[in-house]
Design a protein around this ligand. Structure first.
Ligand SMILES: Cc1cc2nc3c(=O)[nH]c(=O)nc-3n(C[C@H](O)[C@H](O)[C@H](O)COP(=O)(O)O)c2cc1C
Length: 354
């Protein structure tokens, strides 16, 4: 593979989403005997409560791999991917072999560079049912996962109430709050210096919320304001945002293993890119499902017992409302709809090992 193609493929790969934009990846490239990228997880990048056993990071790796597959095809390469080639090393995520092939131009390639997280309220819009069908079926060839999407108004409203807990919890748990706020980049200069984290302008804040937001970085103040309902207001905003969506969805896996989390990340990225191609906005709602997932891994997340109860209840309600079978495990929630474009993009560190 020539350096130009490699650079193009890596440029696409690193545009993958990751929890709080922590980019938990590292690659090594070799050209003998065939052209290969070894993809590694950096386990210390994301030390959040959400990332028990690297669950969140593996999803990000799935998106990274999906970007590689799409861009490699675009530049005339087929890929042969072995996930976790050394079973004893959970940080060796994939070995990716490339072979020359006829280029396959996909609209999803351009979407890789346009895709972003949209945290604003969406506009009233009905997604044509054939487009919902495309989004629902886009992962049909990926083993071990299922995609559930609903555009039914009464279901969206009921689900919005449950998904709202995703954001509310961040303002009711000191560790989660501390972690999320550490990843906020408060200015262009700070975002450019770190090349990671979430720029303040990507958080979906309106002109009234933006000046107030730096104050609630302070946990003692958050605790005080919670006495007069701050976290409830955050929850209401989350509910309102979900209700404004044209569709809500969740990706489930059949078993709680790392291979399926990678596949879930691939499916999530495909849905996200297809949504972008359909000019639809997308926001993951994954904090809550990842805590539910931990319970299914027989691990109690580091939250209060009252919150554990609420997480259990959320699992029951999401499973029921999405009509998910008892064997499936919830992983990756999301909302889709029409919205204004986002002008600010999150930054990325270069992945080029050359
Ligand atoms: C596993 C995972 C979990 C995420 N969870 C959330 C979430 O709960 N809420 C949210 O607004 N964004 C969530 N995101 C989006 C990331 O914060 C976002 O992808 C990252 O900051 C990079 O920004 P970009 O998507 O605009 O490129 C998640 C992304 C991934 C891959």
């Amino acid at each position: 593979m020539n350096t130009q193609s490699l650079n193009k493929i890596l440029e696409a790969a690193i545009r993958a989403p990751s929890g709080d934009n922590l980019q938990p990846w590292k690659i090594e490239v070799s050209s003998t005997p065939s052209f290969t990228i070894d993809l590694y997880n950096l386990p210390d990048k994301d030390g959040s409560t959400y990332n028990y056993l690297q669950n969140a990071s593996y999803i990000a790796h799935g998106a990274f791999i999906e970007n590689i597959i799409i861009s490699a095809k675009h530049f005339g390469y087929s890929t042969d991917i072995k996930l976790f080639p050394e079973e004893a090393n959970p940080d060796f995520v994939a070995k990716i072999h490339f072979e020359e092939a006829a280029p396959e131009i996909s609209p999803l390639y351009d979407a890789i560079f346009k895709r972003c997280t949209n945290r604003y309220p969406f506009k009233a819009y009905e997604i044509p049912s054939e487009n919902i069908k495309i989004l629902s079926e886009i992962g049909d060839d990926i083993d071990g996962i299922d995609i559930h999407i609903t555009a039914e108004r009464s279901l969206i409203n009921a689900l919005a109430k449950i998904f709202a807990f995703n954001d509310r919890l961040v303002f009711e748990n000191k560790l989660l709050h501390e972690f999320v706020f550490k990843q906020i980049r408060w200015s262009n200069a700070q975002a450019e210096a770190t090349l990671d984290g979430m720029h303040i302008d990507t958080l979906g804040l309106n002109f009234l919320e933006k000046p107030f937001f730096p104050l609630i970085k302070n946990w003692p103040l958050v605790e005080l304001l919670n006495n007069i309902g701050l976290s409830k207001i955050i929850g209401l905003k989350g509910k309102y945002n979900c209700r404004s969506a044209s569709a809500l969805g969740i990706i489930t896996v059949k078993t709680a293993d790392k291979h399926n989390l990678i596949r879930c990340g691939q499916a999530a990225q495909r849905i996200w890119l297809e949504a972008e191609h359909q000019e639809l906005a997308f926001q993951p709602i994954v904090g809550l499902p990842l805590l539910i997932f931990q319970l299914n891994q027989n691990h109690i997340p580091n939250v209060s017992s009252k919150h554990v109860e609420k997480i259990h209840a959320a699992e029951r309600e999401l499973t029921n409302l999405f009509n998910i079978s008892a064997q499936e495990l919830l992983v990756f929630g999301f909302r889709i709809g029409k919205a204004h474009s986002i002008m600010t993009r999150t930054y990325r560190k270069s992945a080029n090992p050359l």
